[in-house]
Design a protein around this ligand. Structure first.
Ligand code: GDP
Ligand code: MG
Length: 742
C-alpha cells in the first residue's frame, strides 16, 4: 500500500528567499504531516511534508531559503543540488510581493535552469497595504510561468496555487531553460563556452549547457570541482577560456564577470517589471514606514543606543523569565534524585543513576527553558526584521576582526553581557552564510562569560578583590570580548583564512511577527537542541561520574572512617546520638554539635575518595604542569570537572578544599577557605579566573560545536582554547609573582 502511494506521489519543491513565507506556506499545506531531517553530511535542515490534493498524493520539500543559486553557502548548494539531482516535478517559487524585484533574482536563476516553475506571489496583503498592486497575469505572461497571488498567513489563494502546481507537475516535458542576455561581450563568451560544453556533452545530464557556462563565469566553486571530476581536460579548457574573459573584463571595465552577470540579471528583471506590472496607489517617495523607522533605528548615534537597549531587554527577559521554569525542572530532577535515592539500595548502581544519569540528563534539560526563551526572543527580532538592522550596524566593527555583522547575536547570546549560554550561542551561528565566518564565530563564542562562569567569577573576585567587585566584573566581561575578537582575527588569518562575504545591504521591511510563526521557529530550534545535546551528553556524564567515583576508597580507608564515626558516637550520650540520627527536628545543642562533627567526617571521606579517584589522580598528575600557572591539584580536579559543566567548578572546589580541616565551621565559606590556603593568593586567583574564562568549552557546547561543524573542529576548540588559556594563566602567574603582587 505504502509503496504504491510513494511511487505515485508527486514531488514539489518549495523554494524562495529567506523570510518570503516558505515555512508559513509549508506548515499550512502539510500541517502535522512533516518529517525533519538533515541533508547528508551537513547541518542544513531537510523538511519534507505530505498532503493529498484532488486525490493526488503530494510530497513537498521545503528547501533552505536562498537569495541565489550560486554556491556561496551550503543552503544555496543544497537547494541547487536538490533541484538538479532529484528533479522535482514542479518547483513552487515563493516570492515576497512587497519586495518583488529582489525576490525575482532567484526566480531568474530557476528560469535559467529550466526547472518547471510556479510562482507563489506571497504577501499580497502587505503589498496592498503599502499601495502596491501587482498584475499577476501580466507577470506570468512575461516570465512564461504561472503566477498565483496568495497570502500564506491566511491560506488565501493556496488552493489555486496547488492546482497550478499540479498542472505543471503532470505535464510531461523536458526542462526548458531560458536565455537571459548578459550584454554583447559576455553573450559571445557564453556562446563559445556553450559550444564547447555541448560538443563534449559536458555535465549535460545535470545542468543545461548555458547554465554551466554562466556558473563557470561566476566562478562557482562546486561546479568547477564537478567539472574537474567529470573531465579534467574539458574543465581545464573551460577554465582557461573563462580566465581570458575575466582578464578582459578586468582590463576594460575593472570588474569581474560575476558582477556583470548580476547586473544583467537585475536589468532583465527591471525590464520585465517596467511593463506596467507594478503600480503604486500613491506616491511613496520610497519612504515606506520601514524606511522611516530605519531613519531612527539605524541612526549613527541613536541606533547603537537603541540596539543596546533592545539586546539588554532580550537578555533580561530571557534570563529572568526562564528562571521559574528552570527552577521547576531543577525541583523535578531533585525530586527524581530523592525518589530514586529512597528506592534503590546504596551502592554503585544508585550512585550511577543519581550522579551519572539524572544529573547528566537534568543538566541538559535544565537548559531547555532558557533556550526556548532565548530563541523566542531571537525569533521575534528576526521575524520582525530588526536582527538584520543589528547585523547591519555591527558589521563594520566585526569586519575588522574577520567576522560578519550576523556574528553579533551569537556573542550576545553566549554571555556578551555576562550570564548567557554558549549552547544557544553556537546554534545561533546558523544565520551566518559563509562557512569560514561561521566557524570563526562558533569557535570564539565560548570565550564569553556564560551563566555558569559567573558564579566562579563572583566567588574569586569576592574572596580576593572584595573592594573592587563591580569594576572587576565589568573588566572581565570586556576582557572576554577583546580575547574573543582577537582570537577570531587570529583564526581568520591562520586556520580559517579567506575572503569575507559582502554584507547584503538591502534591509528587509519591518513586519509584525505572527504568534504561530514564532512558536514554530522556537520549537524547531529547541527540539534540535534536545535531540543534539541529549544523546551524547548522557554518555559523557556517565564517564565523568566514573572518573570521579572510581576506584574509590580501599576497605582499609573505609574502615578508618567507620571507626571515626563509631568513636564519635561513643563520646556523646546515647540519647543525643538517637536524637541526631532520628531524622526529625533537632532541639538539643549536643545533638547539633554531633551532627556537625559527623558532617565533617563525611566531608573528609568524600574528599579522600575524590583524591584517590581517577580524577584525583589526573589532578595530581597535572600538578607538574599546572604549577607553572600556580594551580594545585585540588584546583586541577575542579578544572577537569569543569569540562563537563562549568557549574561543577565551584562545587568541586568546595569538596576539595574542605579536606583535612576537621575543625572548619559550617559558616566558613569556600571563599574564606581559599583566602586562608597557602596555595592561593590574588595572582593565583586571577590566573585561575582567566584560565576558567578561556579554556575548553563545557561538554554540551562541545557537542553542539561538533554537530554544527565536525568533531574535528570540536576537538580543535578544546585543544586550542585550553592551550591558549593555559599560556595566559602562566604569563599572569609568573609575571604577577615576579612583581610580588600576590
Ligand atoms: P521563511 O523564512 O521563508 O520560512 O518565512 P516564514 O514562513 O518564516 O515567514 C516570515 C514572516 O512572514 C513570518 O513572520 C510570517 O508570519 C510572515 N508571513 C508569511 N506569509 C505572510 C503573508 O502572506 N502575509 C503576511 N502579512 N505575513 C506573512
Ligand atoms: Mg523558514
Amino acid at each position: 500500500m505504502n509503496v504504491t502511494v510513494s511511487s505515485t506521489a508527486i514531488c514539489m519543491a518549495l523554494a524562495g528567499n529567506p523570510n518570503a513565507g516558505k515555512t508559513t506556506l509549508f506548515n499550512l499545506l502539510t500541517g502535522a504531516r512533516q518529517h525533519v531531517g538533515n541533508y547528508p553530511g551537513i547541518t542544513v535542515e531537510r523538511k519534507e511534508g505530505f498532503l493529498t490534493f484532488k486525490k493526488q498524493q503530494i510530497s513537498i520539500v521545503d528547501l533552505p531559503g536562498t537569495y541565489s543559486l550560486t554556491a556561496y553557502s551550503s543552503e544555496e548548494l543544497v537547494a541547487r543540488d536538490f533541484l538538479v539531482n532529484e528533479r522535482p516535478q514542479v518547483v513552487i517559487n515563493i516570492v515576497d510581493a512587497s519586495n518583488l524585484e529582489r525576490n525575482l533574482y532567484l526566480t531568474a536563476q530557476f528560469l535559467e535552469l529550466g526547472a518547471p516553475l510556479v510562482i507563489a506571489l506571497n504577501m499580497v496583503d502587505v503589498a496592498e497595504s503599502r499601495g502596491i498592486t501587482i498584475k499577476a497575469e501580466k507577470l506570468s505572461e512575461f516570465l512564461g510561468v504561472p503566477v498565483i497571488p496568495i497570502v500564506a498567513r491566511s491560506g488565501k489563494g493556496t488552493e489555486a496555487l496547488l492546482e497550478a502546481a499540479l498542472t505543471v507537475a503532470t505535464r510531461e516535458r523536458e526542462w526548458e531553460p531560458i536565455s537571459i542576455s548578459y550584454g554583447d561581450d559576455l553573450n559571445s563568451a557564453i556562446l563559445e563556452l556553450v559550444a564547447e560544453i555541448e560538443s563534449q556533452n559536458f555535465l549535460i545530464n545535470t545542468y543545461p549547457a548555458r547554465f554551466t557556462a554562466i556558473k563557470y563565469l561566476e566562478n562557482d566553486e562546486q561546479i568547477l570541482a564537478r567539472g574537474r571530476d567529470e573531465s579534467p581536460d574539458i574543465a581545464e579548457k573551460l577554465e582557461q577560456d573563462v580566465e581570458k574573459v575575466s582578464k578582459h573584463f578586468q582590463k576594460t571595465f575593472n570588474v569581474y564577470p560575476e558582477a556583470i552577470v548580476a547586473d544583467h540579471r537585475y536589468g532583465y528583471l527591471k525590464s520585465v517589471l517596467r511593463g506596467g506590472i507594478i503600480t503604486h496607489a500613491f506616491d511613496i517617495d520610497r519612504l515606506y514606514t520601514s524606511d522611516r523607522i530605519d531613519k531612527i533605528v539605524t541612526n549613527r548615534l541613536l541606533g547603537p543606543v537603541i540596539m543596546l537597549g533592545v539586546l539588554f531587554g532580550l537578555y533580561q527577559v530571557t534570563f529572568s523569565w526562564s528562571e521559574i521554569p528552570v527552577s521547576w525542572l531543577e525541583a523535578f530532577f531533585g525530586w527524581l534524585g530523592v525518589t530514586v535515592d529512597s528506592i534503590i539500595p546504596d551502592g554503585p548502581l544508585k550512585s550511577l543513576i543519581i550522579s551519572g544519569v539524572i544529573d547528566g540528563v537534568g543538566g541538559v534539560f535544565g537548559f531547555v527553558p532558557l533556550i526556548m526563551f532565548m530563541f523566542l526572543g531571537i525569533s521575534i527580532l528576526e521575524d520582525s526584521g530588526y536582527l538584520a538592522r543589528v547585523a547591519y550596524m555591527m558589521d563594520r566593527i566585526f569586519r575588522i576582526f574577520g567576522l560578519h555583522g550576523s556574528s553579533v547575536m551569537p556573542f550576545i547570546v553566549s554571555g556578551g553581557i555576562a550570564g548567557g549560554c554558549a549552547v544557544p550561542g553556537v546554534m545561533a551561528t546558523r544565520t551566518l552564510r559563509s562557512p569560514k565566518e561561521r566557524l570563526a564565530t562558533l569557535l570564539t563564542v565560548p570565550f564569553m562569560n556564560c551563566g555558569a562562569k559567573v558564579p566562579v567569577l563572583a566567588l574569586l573576585i569576592g574572596a580576593f578583590f572584595a573592594e573592587n567587585k563591580a569594576i572587576l566584573m565589568f573588566a572581565f566581561t570586556m576582557l572576554a570580548w577583546i580575547v574573543a575578537l582577537f582570537a577570531a582575527k587570529f583564526l581568520r588569518l591562520t586556520f580559517l583564512r579567506g575572503e569575507s562575504t559582502p554584507f547584503v545591504m538591502e534591509l528587509p521591511p519591518y513586519r509584525l511577527p505572527t504568534l504561530r510563526g514564532l512558536l514554530i521557529h522556537t520549537w524547531e530550534r529547541t527540539w534540535q537542541y534536545i535531540k543534539k545535546a541529549g544523546t551524547v551528553i548522557l554518555g559523557i556524564s556517565v564517564l565523568l561520574w566514573a572518573l570521579m567515583t572510581y576506584p574509590g576508597l580501599s576497605d582499609h580507608q573505609l574502615d578508618g572512617f567507620t571507626k571515626q564515626r563509631e568513636t564519635l558516637s561513643l563520646v556523646y550520650p546515647a540519647e543525643i546520638v538517637a536524637e541526631a540520627i532520628s531524622g526529625e527536628e533537632i532541639f538539643s545543642a549536643g545533638a547539633e554539635e554531633y551532627v556537625q562533627k559527623l558532617a565533617v567526617i563525611d566531608r573528609a571521606e568524600s574528599e579522600q575518595a575524590l583524591r584517590s579517584s581517577f580524577a584525583g589522580k589526573i589532578g595530581r598528575g597535572l600538578e607538574s604542569v599546572s604549577q607553572f600557572a600556580g594551580f594545585d591539584w585540588r584546583t586541577n580536579i575542579a578544572l577537569v570537572g569543569g569540562v563537563a559543566a562549568k557549574e561543577v567548578i565551584v562545587s568541586t572546589l568546595g569538596t576539595a578544599y574542605s579536606m583535612g580541616e576537621v575543625d572548619v565551621e559550617e559558616s566558613d565559606s569556600l571563599g574564606k577557605r581559599l583566602q586562608r590556603s597557602e596555595n592561593w593568593n590574588r595572582v593565583v586567583a586571577v590566573a585561575v579566573l582567566v584560565f576558567i574564562m578561556f579554556y575548553a568549552p563545557c561538554f554540551v557546547t562541545v557537542v553542539c560545536i561538533a554537530k554544527e561543524s565536525s568533531w574535528g573542529w570540536a576537538a580543535f576548540s578544546m585543544a586550542f582554547n585550553t592551550i591558549f588559556a593555559f599560556l595566559m594563566a602562566v604569563i599572569i602567574y609568573q609575571v604577577g609573582m615576579l612583581l610580588n603582587l600576590g
